[in-house]
Design a protein around this ligand. Structure first.
Ligand code: HEC
Length: 106
């Protein structure tokens, strides 16, 4: 059931993907060092400026990851540390990181 929903979400996102840069998981490996400090550790919590639970992004859908990063960048999703990080990412960076993290299995 979950995978059917995921597939449908992917189909809905296809027109958007047609214009988006194609993610390259290999290229992302040079970029994940800025994510691993928080996202690499199971059950890790950041302590600044409050204590936050850091969500798992490994195995998450690429479309979801890109959308989340775009939302932090635009301010539609507000979180101080993620916003600061997303502001420094290009569309290509987001596509690469999404390709990488979505390819990992939990
Ligand atoms: C300072 C710690 C920190 C760093 C570094 C960091 N993140 Fe995050 N990230 C978080 C926290 C905390 C959240 C949850 C924020 C919220 O509640 O919206 C989050 C949320 C996310 C989400 C949304 C997850 C979801 O389930 O909705 C994505 C995608 C994400 N981060 C990707 C990245 C990527 C890619 C990088 C590296 C470029 C990165 N993050 C670096 C702490 C961090």
């Amino acid at each position: 059931m979950k995978s059917i929903l995921g597939f449908m979400a992917l189909l809905l996102a296809l027109p958007a993907l047609a214009q988006a840069p194609v993610g390259n998981a290999q290229a992302a490996k040079a970029k994940t060092s800025m994510c691993e400090g928080c996202h690499g550790i199971p059950d890790y919590k950041t302590a600044y400026p409050h204590v936050y639970h850091v969500p798992m992004i490994e195995g998450q859908q690429a479309v979801y990851i890109v959308n989340a990063l775009q939302a932090y960048k635009s301010g539609a999703r507000s979180h101080p540390s993620m916003r600061a990080i997303a502001e420094g990412l290009s569309d290509q960076d987001m596509a690469d990181l999404a390709a990488y993290y979505s390819s990992l299995h939990q």
